[in-house]
Write a protein that binds this ligand. Structure first.
Ligand SMILES: [Zn+2]
Length: 278
């Protein structure tokens, strides 16, 4: 039962039905093509392996992530890469809404994201940290949080219009790259997911973003996408004190979204999930 206040209650309670043929539905939302692969794909693959229905949405089309092509050609290239990456993750692809660096916390985008959430009815949403080094990431997170908050609010109109449903949604924020916030302060994950068994799959999905290899070498001094993924997963794993390779997560406060004590990632992943005891 949701524990939200009266102001955010929707219509008649409508739980995800017992007739639901899958154990759960997860939606990953990134700002740009390859963000999901870097921070969230291992967890998606584990959920997929457990029978979950997986959905994949980037708000931005990737049009600014390179110097060799113009924005239209680059967004076309990156659309193909993102579709192939989603396929590699066993996810249903949802098309982007806007250009890179044009992801603002504004009504048009909020209505579009709300429609996707209402259509999919995810139990879990994975997205960026509430504060991250790039504003597109932070704004994506804000849009997702507000759109999810409105999942049971029929008086907020989505575009296209989709019916609301009153059920539990749990949002998990991935950890920022290198576990640092924009002011260089360390970020502590609340929980860890063991991605050792799916690291190859995560890297295979990332490898579909071929246009990004050279761009990241030039713009951010990264030697290779695979090396970056491994180093980051090893860093998070070392903080876990339990897993060699991990993804880290922080759970959004439940108010307005779900019952207080639910943690569906823990339920779904069992031994591959570990709380941060510190
Ligand atoms: Zn990004």
């Amino acid at each position: 039962m949701r524990s939200s206040g009266a102001s955010c209650q929707g219509g008649a309670p409508k739980q995800r039905g017992t007739a639901n043929p899958v154990p759960g539905i997860v939606l990953a939302v990134g700002a740009h093509p390859d963000d999901i692969e870097f921070g969230m794909a291992g967890t998606l693959l584990l959920l997929r392996g457990g029978g979950w229905e997986v959905h994949y949405l980037n708000l931005g089309n990737g049009c600014c992530g390179g110097q060799k092509h113009g924005p239209e050609e680059l967004s076309r290239i990156r659309l193909g890469e993102a579709k192939r990456a989603a396929k590699a993750l066993g996810a249903r692809f949802h098309p982007p809404f806007c250009n890179d660096l044009e992801i603002f916390y504004e009504l048009r985008l909020l209505r579009r994201v709300a429609a996707v959430i209402r259509e999919i009815r995810p139990n879990i949403i994975l997205t960026h940290p509430p504060v991250d080094y790039m504003e597109d990431h932070t704004n994506t997170c804000r849009l997702v949080v507000s759109a999810a908050f409105a999942h049971a609010m029929p008086n907020f109109r989505s575009v296209p219009s989709r019916p609301t449903a009153d059920y539990d949604i749990t949002i998990y924020h991935c950890v920022p790259h290198t576990l640092l916030d924009p002011l260089r302060r360390p970020v502590e994950p609340e929980c860890f997911v063991n991605v050792a068994a799916v690291l190859d799959g995560k890297c295979a999905a990332l490898a579909e973003h071929r246009s990004q290899q050279a761009w990241l070498e030039t713009s951010q001094g990264m030697d290779s996408l695979r090396a970056r993924v491994e180093a980051n997963a090893r860093l998070i794993g070392s903080v876990s004190g339990r897993f060699e390779f991990a993804e880290g997560w922080r759970r959004h406060l439940h108010h307005g979204f779900s019952a207080a004590d639910i943690d569906p990632l823990r339920e779904a992943l069992g031994m591959d999930y570990s709380s941060n005891e510190t």
